[in-house]
Design a protein around this ligand. Structure first.
Ligand SMILES: NC(=O)c1ccc[n+]([C@@H]2O[C@H](COP(=O)([O-])OP(=O)(O)OC[C@H]3O[C@@H](n4cnc5c(N)ncnc54)[C@H](O)[C@@H]3O)[C@@H](O)[C@H]2O)c1
Ligand SMILES: [Zn+2]
Length: 692
């Protein structure tokens, strides 16, 4: 792949993972993999500065603000930290500090890198007034009521032992969910048939952003404070400020350590490599900060992080385990995922201990991966867990093959859930079960997708509840949800026996649960068309594509009746998506499904959302743009065109009226426009058209 394409690909991918991580509290890849991709993008951008995308994640703090809370500007920007997994880069960091300080002596404070979310807490006249998330670094979500539930946070600070507190000050720290609370919360979620979080960080992030602060209080969040900020200079060093914060009643972790040299820093890192698992919360590294505030000022900041600090992240921990067997999971699309069943050498079903948690299973992705690893049942394998995410099998310890009986893995030819014969699509690594209409996990998976936050957002339902409804024969597809009655739900019960421990668990719908489900389903009828379109689960129509289709075609019938060519005229709709949409609506069952949703009262027409009409100077004209613009982000440019009556199309064709050419335009679009005699205009010319 050429550098230009790779840069675009990396930018898109990283922005996507950032959104999932910060907005949805979900890690789709491990932190280490994320950091590796980010490093790759950074070095490509250094080599080819012209190719850098305007929305590049390399120079921005990764978060964002939600629509669920008021957002407020930070008094002092909230930055990220530079990070590294390598000792050499720590030595390089120390070199830069030494050079930057021109021979002055200096020292570091090392702290644990707590794995939660950053919080800013403002006090006025000693009273806690505001708690805000980091957001995009400039503005964050005002989550004051949720932050108030932290029991260790003093809501009123009294001056103590000669520490004068200024009238306005801010403390910063990491909000987190201790392991114990995390496990309790996931246990409860499981019992209630709700989805559990993959790791404590994601759980903390999701919890701090709940609307219901009673529920927040119940979950047992906590925070460690590690920074004091005010307009006045009160402390000379970080150490002094930590001591004072503690005296003032803040929860300051006592695991920090002052280090005179980078060798001492290394020793601290080594010391905590294993010891950190004995802490009551998840950590993912060590933060190294210059101690003197005056020296910090000398070194300053980049756009994204201070130059006086760095985070050292521990590499994913790897350990051996025995492969007991392989099971096969069937997903919503019918894709089969082989899963390694792992255990310790005693094969006592207790699994292995890895990064502070018990591991019994790991994804093997697909048949090719099993072949690539040359896996056999009974093998000793290496298991790795990065950023507390789903573990993976990285290799086989061939020196130990034969210590246990090993057995070849026979990849199944039939679906483990419904028995249908599996097939493989050309060019795809996965096997699929073709039995869309009759294979239980596929049916349940589609309903789970339907209720997703970005789809119909029915959060009173979850995996376990759907399973129960399906097993009782109450729902066979998502449209059935709209026929559910309170009387059918109340008292439903299911007994689950844990195969390993023999323990029996009961999932049951009491009054409140049943009512919440009915209310949640009713409320979902208000969800906008774009979300309904995403919810119905057409292949390749993700949330963004659904939004594009909805705003272009305006209603479901227009999409249903659109030809391949018409679909392709919608912005950013390519061949694969167009074919998939066509195929979906050719299927009579799907058409009936849509009719049932219509009868239930779902929104199948786009309301004229935020798009305001500014004028009609562009009416009847089609536009396409290429490159970057001074006055508009892509999205804003599209809105501007549409707000003035114009239409944005997806590709250069003879029918295109104007190609707006920005900075660093794509050469293929320009070539094609020249060939077809399409008028090319600059940003200024475009603005002039609006002014007419
Ligand atoms: N897995 C994914 O999909 C995914 C997606 C986006 C980001 N990430 C991860 O998140 C990282 C970026 O997140 P980030 O910008 O929050 O950076 P970061 O988490 O690497 O470091 C900065 C943060 O560390 C926290 N922190 C914890 N202990 C601290 C201490 N003692 N002192 C100071 N700060 C402390 C603060 O909240 C601070 O904002 C990426 O490098 C990646 O590892 C992962
Ligand atoms: Zn099946």
């Amino acid at each position: 792949m050429n550098p230009a394409d790779r840069i675009i690909e990396l930018t898109e991918k990283l922005n996507y993972y950032n959104e999932r991580y910060y907005m949805d509290s979900v890690s789709e890849i491990s932190d280490q993999e994320f950091d590796l991709l980010l490093k790759e993008l950074e070095s490509l951008e250094t080599e080819y500065p012209d190719l850098k995308q305007p929305d590049s994640p390399t120079h921005r703090v990764g978060g964002g603000i939600t629509k669920n809370f008021a957002n407020v500007a930070h008094r002092y920007p909230m930055l990220s930290l530079a990070n590294t997994y390598s000792e050499q880069e720590l030595i390089d960091f120390d070199e830069r500090v030494r050079k930057g300080l021109n021979g002055e002596s200096y020292e570091y404070i090392c702290e644990q890198k707590f794995d939660g979310i950053s919080l800013s807490m403002t006090f006025e006249n000693g009273i806690f007034v505001r708690g805000v998330t980091r957001g995009d670094g400039v503005r964050g979500d005002d989550i004051t009521t949720n932050v108030k539930t932290l029991r260790s946070l003093p809501l009123k600070v009294n001056p103590k032992e000669g520490i004068s507190v200024p009238p306005i000050f801010e403390v910063r720290g990491e909000g987190f969910l201790p392991f114990a609370s995390f496990e309790k919360m996931n246990r409860e979620a499981e019992e209630a048939g709700e989805e559990s979080y993959a790791n404590p960080r994601n759980a903390a992030s999701g919890t701090f952003k709940l609307q219901d602060s009673k529920e927040v209080a119940r979950r047992g969040l906590d925070a460690y404070i590690y920074q004091f900020l005010a307009d006045q200079e009160i402390f000379a060093t970080h150490e002094e400020s930590l001591i004072a914060l503690k005296k003032l009643g803040f929860n300051v972790s006592q695991t920090y350590c002052k280090c005179a040299t980078i060798a001492d820093v290394m020793a601290y890192i080594k010391e905590w490599e294993d010891k950190r698992y004995s802490l009551p919360l998840a950590t993912d590294g060590i933060v190294i900060k210059l101690n003197s505030f005056a020296q910090r000022e000398e070194l300053g900041y980049t756009a994204k992080s201070p130059r006086w600090a760095i985070a050292y992240k521990y590499k994913a921990e790897s350990k051996p385990a025995i492969l007991r067997g392989v099971t096969y999971q069937v997903g919503r699309t019918g894709a089969i995922t082989p899963v390694a069943e792992l255990d310790n050498e005693k094969l006592n079903h207790k699994g292995i201990h890895l990064s502070g948690t018990t591991v019994k299973r790991a994804s093997l992705h697909n048949a090719n991966e099993i072949e690539r690893l040359d896996l056999r049942i009974g093998d000793t394998v290496f298991v790795e867990k990065g950023g507390e995410i789903i573990p993976k099998v990285t290799g086989v310890d061939l020196t130990r093959r034969g210590m246990f009986d090993t057995q070849k893995i026979e990849y199944p030819t039939n679906c483990p859930e419904c028995g249908a014969e599996l097939y493989r699509k050309e060019g795809e690594a996965n096997h699929y079960c073709p039995n869309e209409k009759g294979c239980p996990p596929q049916i349940r998976g589609r309903i789970e997708h339907f209720i997703h936050r970005k789809a119909m957002n029915i959060d009173s339902l979850g995996e376990g509840k759907i399973e129960l409804l399906y097993e009782k024969g109450l729902v066979k597809d998502a449209a059935d949800l709209y026929d559910l009655k309170y009387e059918q739900l109340f008292g439903l019960e299911k007994v689950i026996e844990d195969k390993e421990t023999g323990k029996v668990k009961r999932i049951g719908f009491k009054e409140k649960t049943a009512q919440n489900i009915v209310d949640g389903i009713e409320k979902s009828k208000e969800m906008p068309f774009k979300q309904v379109l995403f919810a119905i689960g057409i292949r390749y129509v993700g949330a963004t594509v659904a939004e594009k289709l909805a705003s272009f075609f305006k209603n479901i019938d227009a999409i249903k009746n659109a030809s391949y060519e018409e679909l392709r005229t919608a912005p950013e709709i390519g061949d694969k998506i167009a074919l998939s949409v066509l195929e979906y609506f050719q299927n009579e069952d799907n058409r009936q499904f849509i009719e049932r949703l219509r009868t239930a009262g779902l929104q199948l027409t786009a309301q004229n959302e935020v798009k305001e009409i500014e004028g009609d100077t562009l009416t009847g004209k089609t536009f396409l743009y290429t490159g970057t613009f001074e006055n508009f982000e892509r999205e804003a440019l599209e809105l501007k065109i549409e707000a003035n009556g114009g239409k944005v199309v997806s590709g250069v064709s003879g029918k295109l009226d104007y190609l707006i050419v920005g900075d660093k335009p794509g050469s293929s679009k320009i070539e094609k426009a020249k060939k077809l005699n399409v008028k090319m205009i600059s940003e200024t010319e475009f603005m002039a058209m609006l002014a007419v």
